[in-house]
Design a protein around this ligand. Structure first.
Ligand code: ADP
Ligand code: MG
Length: 266
């Protein structure tokens, strides 16, 4: 049965989508069977893996509304991961779901049919704390919070953790917070480390090491339809995501959640 990880932060541009595609590709390299779920109406994950969201007839929104089973829509990406794609119609789906009983469970129920076909399911949440993100958190075993280290980043984490606690109380008692994943990290500034130390202490949350450094290589990848694991195979960014994938998969000899101490030497 697949382990389901949601990647969530209601702030845009913190590398949620990049983390989902890169971790997915890295888990595939470890011979794990991986499904990626695009839960963002902007469909950036779908686009970045080589599909044109505007040309898709069917998408995750048909699944959330109970019209089709997920297996019919899933496609294989060039990275080797499977993808449950999104289109802009997902924005309308949000409004329809709001009027439905059990709306928070739509994704969990849809994934239940295919959960045995994968080792990992990674969910790319949209930049909001609305019903789609709550569906992602309700379907998940764990949540990873990508965080761009800048002043006030901690406020977003606090709001997200409030939502996580609501989900734990109301729809998914088993949900665990895996930790904060530092992204767009600039190790040269003390400021980045100070932000991480503050977030870690303030919310008693693990900081996952290693941080993913800011690099221009990431900006190039989405246009190619492949993740950075392929477009910049040996880059530090690709290696950082490989390291996190090994930790997630429980492969020996890797850095896991090291706390802030693990970041200090960067
Ligand atoms: P989100 O899904 O949180 O909105 P994205 O994954 O789409 O964020 O990333 C936002 C932008 O930042 C994209 O253009 C992406 O290519 C870029 N990006 C992601 N990670 C890095 C990084 N480590 N270094 C530089 N650019 C990055
Ligand atoms: Mg995104």
């Amino acid at each position: 049965m697949a382990r389901v990880l949601a990647v969530a932060n209601q702030k845009g541009g913190v590398a949620k989508t990049t983390s989902v595609s890169s971790l997915g590709a890295a888990l595939c390299e470890l011979d794990r069977r991986v499904l990626l779920v695009d839960l963002d109406p902007q469909a950036c994950l779908t686009f970045s893996l080589g599909l044109d969201p505007d040309a898709l007839e069917l998408s995750v929104h048909d699944v959330l509304l109970g019209r089709l089973s997920a297996g019919i829509i899933i496609t294989r990406t060039p990275d080797g991961t499977d993808l449950l794609p999104a289109t802009i119609e997902l924005a309308g789906c949000e409004a329809v779901l709001l009027s439905r009983t059990g709306r928070e469970h739509a994704l969990r129920l849809a994934l239940a049919e295919i959960v045995d076909e994968y080792d990992f399911i990674l969910i790319d949440c949209p930049p909001s704390l609305g019903v789609l993100t709550i569906n992602g958190l309700t379907a998940a075993d764990e949540v990873i919070v990508p965080l761009q280290c800048e002043t006030l980043s901690h406020r977003g984490v606090g709001q997200l953790l409030d939502t996580v606690h609501d989900v734990q109380r109301l729809t998914n008692p088993g949900l665990r917070v895996r930790g904060v994943l530092p992204t767009l990290f600039d190790g040269r500034t003390a400021h980045c480390r100070a932000v991480l130390a503050d977030v870690s202490a303030r919310y008693d949350i693990a900081v996952l090491a290693p941080p993913v450094a800011r690099s221009v290589r990431f900006a190039e990848a989405p246009g190619t339809g492949r993740s950075i694991l392929t477009t910049a195979r040996r880059s530090k960014g690709a290696e950082a995501y490989r390291s996190h994938a090994r930790a997630i998969a429980g492969v020996a000899g890797v850095g896991t959640a090291a706390g802030i101490a693990g970041i200090a030497g960067i």
